[in-house]
Design a protein around this ligand. Structure first.
Ligand SMILES: Nc1nc2c(ncn2[C@@H]2O[C@H](COP(=O)(O)OP(=O)(O)O)[C@@H](O)[C@H]2O)c(=O)[nH]1
Ligand SMILES: [Mg+2]
Length: 199
């Protein structure tokens, strides 16, 4: 029997360059069972839904920057209290891949003393598949490069926090849905504190 009460709320923050597909991923993951909100003062959209993990009801709240991604001091509120961060790049946009380090640095500056696991996502693989199939010589970010960045982030966070921090990596298409549910579900199951779901 599933307990009807929400037993835990988790805040997860989405970050990454504009246009990489954060809002699309959020919508795809939450499908049509979500509630949306907007925190105007810091330009954040929130959306949440309840999921069941090992028989416990969990409220997952996703925070997503709306509109322009301008660096600003109010953004610290955006990161604080996050139980996890989803860092997204677009596999067809190398700049968005290279900017991932800057996003991590901003997050670390905003959350002193907090250890926050990362889900790294390379999105828009449907477009990459299309150019590979058409044998086009377009520059794209391949899976090996995604894995390299995962390694780099793991190393950076280990040095910064002097302990191991979870960094997962998945490739997705918010357009077709490929990999989306799996990426979020695996991450969320891994970041929920054990003591909350084991009784
Ligand atoms: N082909 C393709 N387009 C996508 C994908 N994800 C997002 N998009 C498109 O990319 C644009 C930016 O997406 P959006 O979610 O608004 O990005 P955000 O600025 O990071 O929130 C939109 O036109 C989306 O339809 C994807 O996986 N594949
Ligand atoms: Mg958006």
């Amino acid at each position: 029997m599933i307990n009807e009460k929400v037993q835990i709320r988790i805040k997860i923050t989405l970050m990454g360059d504009m246009g990489v597909g954060k809002t699309s991923l959020r919508r795809r993951y939450l499908s049509d069972e979500f509630l949306e909100g907007y925190i105007g003062t810091i330009g954040v959209e929130t959306a949440s839904k309840d999921i069941i993990v090992q028989g416990k009801k969990i409220n997952v709240q996703l925070w997503d920057l709306a509109g322009h991604h301008q660096f600003s001091s109010v953004r610290t509120v955006f990161y604080q209290g996050s139980m996890g961060v989803v860092l997204v790049y677009d596999v067809m946009d190398r700049k968005s891949y290279e900017n991932c380090m800057f996003w991590i640095e901003e997050m670390l500056k905003s959350t002193p003393g907090e250890i926050i696991p990362i889900l790294l996502i390379g999105n828009k693989i449907d477009l990459r598949n299309a150019v590979i199939e058409a044998d086009m010589s377009t520059d794209y970010v391949n899976t090996a490069e995604g894995l390299q960045l995962q390694e780099l982030l793991t190393e950076k966070l280990r040095k910064y926090h002097h302990t191991d921090v979870l960094v997962q990596f998945h490739e997705t298409s918010a357009m077709t849905g490929e990999g989306v549910l799996e990426a979020f579900t695996t991450f969320i199951e891994d970041i929920i504190p054990e003591f909350l779901i084991q009784e």
